[in-house]
Design a protein around this ligand. Structure first.
Ligand code: CP
Length: 314
């Protein structure tokens, strides 16, 4: 997304072309291999993390990414500790933060809030997750993880399991993957947590992407190259009873892993609750902690790219 001020913002993975994603993945891998080369790339630059909703991975990996490149970080980790608690709007907040920082990552419970911020911001804004809508930087890490494990992003059968309705990582991942040839999805969820119709109609159907919707994980497992597990998003439910009924619908354990191909990998954006038994962590196909690592390097590569004119020559 390019704002009126001609500043580039990242609201969804579609704000990056596949060529740009490819370059960013190469850059992230180089950053992992040769950290010293990038250790001062962002000297003197500041990242603001404006998190109106809880986070461990996204906020800390953004901050770690900036620190790894010699920059500094400032921000808040909850709405309560910012002037949002006094009623300040997201738009006013980013106008102010634009005076203090060079780039901002925003997480907000309301869909579209980072877009509102981007429309008035004087600095690049990155969506760090908006409600049940999009989580583009999680997808960047997911793509690098898949490519590093499978050696490709095309010709894959991807199973996505759990809360496909509220899971913003799911919506972003589907949007990003459909741009690669011969991708097929098996969408595994209870009826109530199926992928929203805007994703089904505007993304999958509109692009003739093959997909099946199934309820039983066991049915899908033997066919998969990638299994992307997700948590039931308690914070998005209106009714606690519905959450309790759904929360343990899927539990991936060692017995179920016996049904999966030997070269299938398990991803999860984390945090996990009960949906992957800890015994699966010992399975060499469990890739969710590597995925966190990939996410941090992709956030380095993304900020490096968005701050291109400001970063020093490496
Ligand atoms: N995957 C992810 O967004 O994790 P956090 O909520 O901890 O940032």
């Amino acid at each position: 997304m390019l704002s009126l001020l001609n500043i580039r913002h990242i609201m969804s993975p579609l704000d990056l072309s596949t060529d740009e994603l490819d370059r960013m993945m190469q850059l992230a891998m180089d950053m992992e291999k040769r950290p010293d080369v990038y250790a001062h790339a962002c000297d003197g630059l500041k990242l603001a993390t404006l998190f109106y909703e809880p986070s461990t991975r996204t906020r800390l990996s953004f901050e770690s990414a900036m620190l790894n490149m010699g920059g500094s970080v400032l921000g808040f980790s909850s709405a309560d500790s910012s002037s949002a608690a006094k009623g300040e709007s997201v738009a006013d907040t980013i106008r102010v933060v634009s005076l203090f920082a060079d780039i901002a990552a925003i997480r907000h419970p309301k869909e579209g809030a980072p877009m509102v911020a981007a429309s008035v911001s004087g600095i690049p804004v990155i969506n760090g997750g908006d409600g049940g809508h999009q989580h583009p930087t999680q997808t960047l890490g997911d793509l690098l993880t898949i490519r590093s494990l499978k050696g490709r992003l095309e010709n894959l059968t991807v199973g996505i399991c759990g809360d496909l309705k509220f899971g913003r990582t799911v919506h972003s991942l589907i949007s990003a993957l459909i741009r690669y040839p011969n991708i097929r999805f098996i969408l595994i969820s209870p009826e109530e947590l199926r992928v929203p119709s805007y994703v089904k109609d505007n993304v999958l159907e509109a692009n003739n992407i093959p997909y099946q919707e199934v309820i039983r994980l066991e049915e899908a497992l033997p066919e998969l190259d990638i299994l992307y597990m997700t948590r039931v998003q308690r914070e998005r439910f209106f009714n606690e009873d519905d959450y309790v009924r759904m929360k343990d619908f899927y539990i991936l354990d060692a017995d179920k892993m016996l049904l999966a191909p030997r070269d299938m990998f398990v991803l999860h954006p984390l945090p996990r609750v009960n949906e992957i038994s800890v015994e699966v962590d010992r399975d060499p196909r469990a890739a969710y902690f590597r995925q966190v690592h990939c996410g941090m390097f992709m956030r380095m590569a993304l900020m490096f790219t968005l701050l291109e004119r400001k970063v020093q020559e490496c």
